[in-house]
Design a protein around this ligand. Structure first.
Ligand code: NAG
Length: 516
């Protein structure tokens, strides 16, 4: 049966996904994009507040620094949120954590909403920190909650909805930030505080849906609540097969303990796996894709797009992300071994089947490096040649699409493929922390990079893309179509190279014959 049909059969599950997504990863995307439109108004606000307080205006360098702090408070909050998410999910449960998480947004909305009245730009920074905390918690817990609530066959499709909600939030944030809605100078506090709306929607909707059945059974040992939650989610009372599987899992993890991140670092047999996810998840942020969003308006302005047209072009980039999230979704479905939903996906499926994940990563980063070069050439020539601004704009779109088709989808699946069950949560924790840390790094550094390198501001990102492509080309084994066992064999060869040279080496043919 078609995946979509099966999904539609299950209304409660869909509504649960929506209720979790609206206050979850939707907020991540929404809050990344709403800060762009009022950037110059808030900078003016900082200047005038300072002038009123001290009698002297701020220098433009200082304003830039304060603005960097404001932008960076978001990923710093996210990092904090990612760290508290684990204990929160275990102690309070998945649903309760998501509900409680909205408190952070309500505090944040109150702070930013009243910041102008209180004449305090510090309140905006604090508000961004709490907003980030909310996103950090939900980015970790929402996928866990949904994956645990979904039936096994739908798990891949359900997990990918998190990416779609992020993209939806991104585009909606850009639309709300238009001058026609909340993007005018006088309405920026309302724009920043508008993230309270999704939080309120989640607070009223999510309590009606059940807690993760797996959490109830395995963490809590509460079989009755688990059964009633399952009945609600599946809309049927025939649950014996699923329940059996959960009980087996409960028995299997008894006495075992998930590894913590530190243990991963100490284990020599996991060295190259760890290096691979550290390199690739860092590259996700450091390749400059997200700063394309954070500073899209800024880049377009530099690119010579008329000021009043910029917001619409920015919405275009958001839609690009939506398209790529569909790709992402498809890639995840592919990894979950499911039937493609639509023809476009089927086509992509064929390409991936033909190419494999390693060439996708490699191609993605090589294309991005190429576009970065064209982008910088176009930026530097825009005063000489009239159509250059449009070329640089096209480069931004091409850059985001190259990212979405390759790295965006594959990187997220990688920890699942190269780590075993007990190491996986720790691996995701490392990836999550890297995500927020690098978002912080890029957010803080980018304005200064733009200032000092001007038209050549993409050189650092170019370097990252080239280095990552080299790493993928020389060190990353192909994972496509291989079992977890075969993948770990590949890594074993790399982790114990000295021993394999001394005579334990198995060629790829030999591995193939032994597994056949
Ligand atoms: C800050 O405000 C002063 C006084 O209104 C103004 O002269 C100055 O240009 C402003 N600085 C910036 C960077 O906007």
């Amino acid at each position: 049966m078609n995946k979509l049909q099966r999904l539609l059969q299950n209304k409660i599950l869909i509504l649960t996904i929506c209720a979790a997504g609206i206050g979850g990863t939707f907020q991540y995307g929404y809050n990344i994009s709403i800060i762009n439109a009022p950037a110059s108004y808030i900078q003016t606000f900082m200047n005038t507040t300072w002038l009123e307080r001290t009698g002297v205006p701020l220098e433009s360098n200082v304003i830039l620094l304060l603005w960097s702090f404001t932008v960076s408070a978001y990923p710093l909050g996210g990092l904090t949120g990612a760290v508290v998410a684990g204990p929160m999910a275990i102690m309070l449960g998945r649903k309760m954590s998501l509900l409680l998480n909205n408190v952070f947004v309500i505090i944040a909305a109150a702070l930013s909403g009243f910041s102008r009245m209180a004449k305090s730009f510090e309140m905006i920074m604090l508000s961004r920190f709490f907003t980030g905390m909310n996103a950090g918690v939900s980015m970790n817990i929402q996928p866990m909650y949904l994956a645990e609530s979904a039936p096994k066959k739908l798990r891949g499709a359900v997990a990918l909805t998190s990416a779609s909600f992020t993209a939806l939030g991104l585009v909606l944030g850009q639309v709300v930030g238009l001058r026609e809605l909340l993007g005018r100078e006088e309405s920026w506090p309302f724009l920043l505080a508008s993230n309270v709306v999704p939080a309120l929607i989640q607070l009223t909707a999510l309590p009606w849906f059940p807690e993760s059945p797996r959490y109830l059974l395995i963490d809590r040992g509460d079989k009755e609540s688990c059964i009633s939650a399952l009945q609600k989610l599946r809309g049927t009372s025939d649950l014996s097969a699923e329940l059996e599987e959960m009980l087996a899992e409960q028995a299997a993890v008894k006495g075992q303990r998930a590894k913590n991140p530190w243990e991963l670092f100490q284990n020599p047999s996991l060295r190259w796996q760890l290096v691979s996810i550290v390199v690739l998840s860092s590259a996700m942020q450091l390749c400059g894709n997200d700063s394309m969003y954070s500073y899209a308006a800024y880049v377009f302005q530099e690119a010579g797009i008329p000021r009043d047209k910029i917001p619409y072009v920015v919405i275009g980039t958001g839609s690009c992300e939506l398209i790529t999230s569909v790709t992402c979704v498809r890639l995840l479905m592919h990894s979950a071994d499911t039937q493609p939903l639509v023809t476009v996906w089927r086509l992509l499926n064929m390409i991936i089947d033909y190419a494999g994940q390693r060439p996708l990563l490699l191609g993605g980063y090589i294309f991005m490096a190429g576009w970065a070069i064209v982008f910088m050439v176009a930026l530097s020539q825009q005063t000489q040649i009239s159509w250059m601004p449009y070329l640089s704009m096209a480069c931004i779109f091409a850059y985001i699409l190259s990212f979405g088709i390759g790295p965006a989808g594959v990187t997220g699946v990688l920890p699942t493929e190269i780590f075993d069950q007990m190491s996986r949560p720790a691996a995701y924790m490392i990836c999550g922390s890297l995500l927020w840390f690098n978002l912080f790094l890029v957010g803080t550094a980018f304005p200064f990079i733009v200032k000092s390198l001007a038209h050549f501001c993409y050189i650092p990102f170019l370097v990252v893309c080239v280095c990552t492509a080299l790493y993928v080309g020389f060190f990353l084994p192909e994972t496509k179509g291989k079992s977890f066992l075969e993948i770990s064999e590949e890594f074993k060869k790399r982790n114990f190279k000295t021993k394999t040279r001394a005579g334990f080496y198995k060629g790829p043919e030999e591995i193939k014959t032994t597994t056949l």
